[in-house]
Design a binder for this molecule. Structure first.
Ligand SMILES: Cc1cc2nc3c(=O)[nH]c(=O)nc-3n(C[C@H](O)[C@H](O)[C@H](O)COP(=O)(O)O)c2cc1C
Length: 346
């Protein structure tokens, strides 16, 4: 079990599905006093096993494996599907990508994805978008794996605590990537990370990990002052040397602070925060299919944009404080964060 109070630096490097997390990044964080993570939401079991064993060769420190709890999605009507396809075909991007409606199954089977976890036994297992199926938490505990889930409001946090989890990731509205709301159509409370941390710390007994716009040691300190036991940082690590972030994505983060980061459903069908680009603007008001069907539908276009160094048509997930990113090796960033955090403490 991971005891946040015993970590030299109480942080989790956020799980970031889609190729950002690498064994080198996770290991550098775990070797420098934090918890390194993988976002395995879309990964196949072989890849999960390979990433975890490659990481184990680089560190004995704590590693977190993260998954999405997908909800069944129904393909909408023929008209809606055609409208969604036409919306993408009308984008100004000139590319020769074939777009096609996804086929069933629309998302991976979570229990199959978890099989390599039971063999590799990382220190932590976390879930985004809801509670895992019955039995998963018990199985993790039997193997000494600590379990956490994302909450965006008090009701979700209480459900997580009742389910027997060990900690809650309090995701504020500033956070980069997908909102972790349990239900995609629910009203979003849109609480800031610090407001949410305060609410959850007063309503729950298990540890709270604050996520959203935490970029410096002073931000970590503020989260702990509001009742958190640790902080989860995603955007801060996006331009570390070891991250799998494509060059054109890094370029946007570092050279376009004026764009700002906004919430959008156009890439995946679910609300997520990323740097504003042409894709988001051109898709405004157009038909978008449910998550994750839209995600699969837009994937070839986004992959084409990555290959062709075109940041305007990629999903550039990032938190609202992305202008504070410090590009450097992850070990250096960890040392800086720790020094700032300790300086604040004195
Ligand atoms: C590129 C990117 C991908 C993300 N993917 C995941 C993910 O796969 N699973 C998850 O639980 N959270 C994911 N998140 C959200 C983070 O866990 C966390 O809430 C967020 O990074 C915190 O805000 P910050 O980006 O301002 O640090 C992602 C965030 C980013 C920036």
């Amino acid at each position: 079990m991971v005891d946040f109070a015993k970590l030299p630096l109480p942080i989790i490097q956020a799980p970031m599905a889609g190729g950002i997390n690498t064994p080198e990044l996770a290991a550098a964080v775990a070797n420098n006093g934090g918890v390194g993570s993988f976002g395995f939401a879309y990964s196949k079991p072989d890849q999960i096993a390979a990433d975890l064993s490659a990481t184990r060769r680089l560190t004995q420190g704590p590693i977190n494996a993260n998954f999405f709890v997908f909800s069944p999605a129904a393909m909408p009507s023929e008209t809606e599907a055609q409208d969604a396809l036409n919306a993408l075909r009308s984008l100004a991007i000139q590319c020769d990508v074939e777009l096609a409606l996804p086929q069933l199954p629309y998302y991976p089977d979570l229990l199959t994805q978890l099989e390599p976890i039971w063999a590799a036994r990382p220190a932590m297992l976390t879930f985004h978008f809801g509670l895992p199926p019955e039995g998963v938490i018990k199985q993790a505990h039997a193997l000494g794996i600590c379990v956490g889930m994302t909450a965006t409001n008090g009701a979700e946090a209480e459900a997580i605590e009742r389910a027997g989890a060990d900690f809650i990731v309090a995701q504020g509205i500033e956070a980069g990537g997908h909102r972790g709301c349990f239900h995609q159509d629910q009203e979003d409370d849109q609480l800031s990370a610090l407001e949410l941390t305060k609410v959850l710390a007063s309503r729950c007994r298990i540890p709270i990990v604050t996520a959203g716009a935490i970029m410096t040691g002073a931000d970590i300190r503020a989260a702990l002052h509001h009742g958190a036991s640790a902080a989860q940082l995603g955007t801060a690590f996006l331009c570390c040397d070891e991250a799998g972030t494509p060059p054109s994505y890094r370029n946007f983060l570092l050279r376009h602070p004026e764009r700002g980061a906004a919430l959008t459903r156009v890439f995946s069908g679910r609300s997520a925060r990323g740097v504003q680009n042409a894709f988001m603007l051109e898709m405004g008001g157009k038909t978008v299919l449910p998550f994750p069907i839209q995600n699969t539908l837009t994937a070839p276009l986004r992959q084409w944009a990555v290959k062709n160094h075109n940041g305007e048509y990629q999903s550039l997930w990032a938190g609202s404080a992305y202008s504070k990113i410090r590009p450097m090796p992850a070990a250096n960033l960890m040392r800086r964060l720790r020094a700032e955090w300790m300086a604040e403490e004195r």
